[in-house]
Design a protein around this ligand. Sequence first.
Ligand SMILES: [Zn+2]
Length: 437
Amino acid sequence: MVSYWAEQALLPTGPASGVLLVEDAGRWTAIMADQSRGDAQRLPGVIMPGLANCHSHAFHRALRGRTHSASGTFWSWRKQMYRVADRIDPDLYLALARASYAEMSLAGITAVGEFHYLHHDRDGTPYDDPNAMAEALRAAARDAGVRLTLLDTCYLAGGLTADGHTELTGVQRRFGDGNAERWAERVAALAGDDNTMIGSAIHSVRAVPADQLPIIASATPGPLHVHVSEQPAENEATVAHYSRTPTELLAGAGVLSPRTTAVHAIHLTPGDITSLGSSRTTICCCPTTERDLADGIGPMRALADAGSPLSVGTDQHGMIDIFEEVRGIEMGERLASGSRGRFSPSELLAAATAQASIGWPDAGRLEIGCRADLVAVDPLTARTAGSAIDQLILVAGSADVHTVIKDGVWVVADGQHRLGNPAGELAATIDKIWEIR
Ligand SMILES: [Zn+2]
């Protein structure tokens, strides 16, 4: 049992002072405001719950700083992403993911939803262990001190046209299992552990034919994620082939539910918004990626009003900063609507800590019985100094994170990760990925 004391904390009831937190076996057993410190260990800064990164493709970290300057579209960016995907083996995947997840820990993230589709060897042949790439992610997250929700992704087709789905070609063959049954058999061989949850994902209706969707939806009881309507071209192809929008197709296949998260959800009809909201499907917004890829601004206020919880993800990892992602929700709404204050700071904090979106409903709140995660943000950096605590989420950045505790274990202390600075491993691994072959 360990007792901590913080001058200030963001509790479910709002900002509080003199907060005593007692941790036992990785859970909070007592949390009380207006207490004196006594012999409790002092935590520096403003304490908030562990942040949740609900949409990650770890290997996209190798694209940072190499793909942002060019013109082109989402589709030309995808060609560069495929070039990187072609070069990664399980050893490089482990090194890149470990360092990327360590960067996430430094940014206050205690759990990540990894939308994992880089399954097989270069020509699509399974490795000796067909889950070798998933196991690399599991080891990476454990080393880095981040809980992992492995959203094992079914990816069966290369694309969708009015005439139907096209075959996987080139590097896409690494993503495919042939059909949903064979994908489900491979996933069934994966077991969760004390740091890992097994969930599933449908890459998109571009990559999975409609008759395969119900098989994926019933394969695992854990969280189910799906990319939805990131680009208008996806909607155009889906309507041309099925005479339905991607959301209508997913709703008809029984995919939408409270355990489901729709990622992006930008180009929606009013009927899509009603369908997502009434099914209580979570929406995972990735604003820093969506603006980089010129995807558009999603109707986040309308989705929240319709009943959808919101979460965020750093997706392509152009930056890893959950504060910037949630600010992106609010600032995108301001630009699109011409009015301010579309989301309250407490709504933005809920999106930043939406651990339920990746299967950890007992995390993301400083509450008795919850997992003992916390993040301390320094309120006295040059960026944060002078801010009121309840508006900290609108000004802080990942560099202001001072302390991170995950499941009762210290991962970041005084701004330093327990593994040391991940920059060296990131630079060495990314250089190797771009130079080989
Ligand atoms: Zn994605």
